[in-house]
Design a protein around this ligand. Structure first.
Ligand code: AHG
Ligand code: MN
Ligand code: MN
Length: 325
């Protein structure tokens, strides 16, 4: 069973990128400790503040953000970070070769019910000049050097891609090492499982309504097979299930708020997950095409997301072409 560091070295990963990934691991192990303390350490509940996107922050959103931010800006290889919980970017080392965008704690509504949460990260190349601005982060997802997440579940897992497949590592709590447990993850092309927050049904566009109606009709409808549904309310956990056993996940466009064409954030959620899904043989779309081809316009931008098993994603996308908004 191979350790993360050894595996990265064997694959000729640049030393400063290894150092950066190990910094993320260190921060996530600290977040694990905070999560495991639960109610005993007073970290549950609301922080009593809102983030830049108007969402109420949980204490653990703030704690996790601080841990990751401090660790990364102190890591010599990071030029700057952008976070879902920060208004603007935070500068690191002038000589760092990488930019990191992250969602420090994904699935915050699960914290107080002791359910699954995660940390999502996206690593991009830094610009040539020493000065760095928000503009430098606005790179299409295809340019990501690496992307991944840490899932805080019954076991703690790191799922990582450096652009050559997807690897899963499990944290050995005794030694503190991440150990390679699944090499070259491949998502099943077909699925009978989907994930969507059904309570938003009346707000979706007609094509998504039609697609989901046909899934729900099961063997009596045009799909002529029954589908199962799952919704963890933490994208990390839903994507992890899809990497393990296939499925379709969507947080679609909805009509509630014209300023929010989707709920999920491009830089912190859609791009890193899009890279993992594509690298594992799946597909990741927004309403205009592949997520990874979107030219970002602002760091906190939100986008509709459809991802998972390639044949099912293509079917869902085809509904949108036949019956446009
Ligand atoms: P976050 O906790 O970082 O704000 O993200 C939560 C996201 C995503 O992880 C999940 O799929 C979705 O929001 C859940 O939304 P609902 O509350 O609509 O279920
Ligand atoms: Mn999130
Ligand atoms: Mn979050």
């Amino acid at each position: 069973m191979q350790q993360l560091t050894q595996q990265l070295q064997d694959n000729n990963t640049p030393a400063d990128l290894i150092q950066l990934i190990l910094s993320i691991c260190r921060a996530c192990k600290e977040i694990t400790t905070q999560l495991q303390g639960g109610a005993m350490t007073g970290v549950l509940g609301s922080a009593g503040a809102e983030n830049v996107q108007g969402e109420t922050q949980k204490k653990l959103d703030v704690v996790s953000n601080d841990i990751l931010k401090q660790t990364l800006i102190a890591s010599g290889s990071v030029r700057a970070v952008a976070s879902e919980e920060e208004e603007t970017i935070v500068a690191g080392n002038d000589e760092g070769h990488y930019l990191v965008a992250f969602d420090p704690l994904d699935g915050s509504s699960n914290i107080d019910i002791n359910s699954m949460v995660g940390t999502i990260f996206s690593i991009m190349p830094a610009p040539a000049s020493a000065a760095v601005s928000e503009q430098d982060f606005l790179q299409p997802g295809r340019q990501q050097v690496a992307a991944g997440y840490v899932l805080y579940g019954p076991s703690v897992m790191l799922v990582l891609s450096l652009g050559d497949g997807v690897q899963m590592y499990t944290l050995d709590q005794q030694t503190g090492e991440f150990i390679l447990t699944v090499d070259r993850v491949q998502i099943d092309t077909e699925t009978r499982e989907f994930a969507i927050n059904m309570s938003n049904q009346r707000f979706w566009a007609p094509p998504m309504q039609a697609y989901i109606d046909d899934l729900l009709a099961g063997s009596d409808g045009p799909r002529e097979k029954n589908f199962n549904m799952r919704w963890v309310a933490a994208m990390v956990a839903d994507v992890h299930r899809i990497l393990c056993r296939g499925g379709l996940f969507t947080y679609p466009w909805d009509k509630r708020d014209p300023d929010k064409p989707g709920k999920l954030r491009l830089m912190y959620e859609a791009n890193p997950m899009g890279m993992l899904i594509e690298q594992a043989g799946g597909a990741a779309y927004t309403d205009s095409g592949p997520i990874l081809d979107i030219q970002p316009e602002k760091i906190h931008q939100r986008v509709p997301v459809i991802l998972g098993s390639i044949n099912e994603v293509n079917t869902c996308v085809a509904y949108h072409q036949q019956r446009p908004f």
